[in-house]
Design a protein around this ligand. Structure first.
Ligand SMILES: [Zn+2]
Length: 210
């Protein structure tokens, strides 16, 4: 894929998130690793529904802007994940309704906020670790994520939203979709007796994915 195609794909996927109500106003940001030393990030204050491929921010791994507009202030944690995990090539950060609602609940299991009840969640994401609350854009979020960068694909930022990684942008976007749907199902099922997948059933899915 050429750099222009990567920019166009980011604009298209961001618009899809916006149109489906996964992002409102200027919330949320997406990024892609372009090569060993550059990433593409959505600009600060931009709406995911109205991005311009020519104005997307291109940064080096030190956070210097090489071209485009000023990046989202949350670019710091995107960089931290790319620096720590060479297999992470794209990141989707959303304040989507059901995942954000989940992030506001007290007493979440910090190691896995959604216990598996569908195979699709296990195959795409596996588990959802919780990052404690910090002010949006603060360096602590980047530090917490870089410490966990190699331990999972998705992270729930307490009282904030979701950070989902992928092998490419399409993979990260599909992971985010699956996760939002799983959170929605969990709320629909609230108060009912869920048949969770057993440990053996989860292991069987994990082994097939390898
Ligand atoms: Zn955010």
């Amino acid at each position: 894929m050429t750099e222009l195609e990567q920019k166009q794909q980011l604009v298209e996927l961001a618009k899809s998130f916006y149109q489906r109500g996964y992002s409102v106003g200027g919330a949320g940001n997406l990024s892609v690793r372009l090569d060993d030393n550059r990433i593409l990030v959505t600009p600060t204050g931009s709406s995911l529904g109205r991005l311009d491929a020519d104005r997307l921010s291109v940064l080096d791994m030190q956070g210097n802007v090489l071209s485009g507009d000023k990046p989202s202030k949350e670019y710091v944690f995107h960089l931290a994940l790319y620096q720590q995990n060479p297999k992470c090539n794209a990141i989707v950060h959303l304040h989507s309704t059901y995942l954000t609602a989940l992030s506001c609940l007290d007493d979440l299991d910090q190691d896995n906020a959604i216990k598996a009840f569908t195979p699709y969640y296990v195959m795409r994401v596996g588990k959802l670790q919780v990052i404690p609350y910090y002010r949006p854009g603060s360096p602590e979020i980047a530090r917490e994520l870089s410490e966990r960068a190699l331990t999972g694909k998705a992270f729930l930022l307490a009282n904030h939203g979701i950070v989902v990684t992928g092998s490419d942008l399409l993979d990260a976007a599909d992971n985010a979709d699956e996760l939002e749907e799983t959170a929605k199902l969990q709320f629909i099922l609230q108060g009912q007796k869920i048949r969770y997948l057993t440990d053996d059933e989860v292991k069987d899915l994990e082994n097939r994915g390898k």
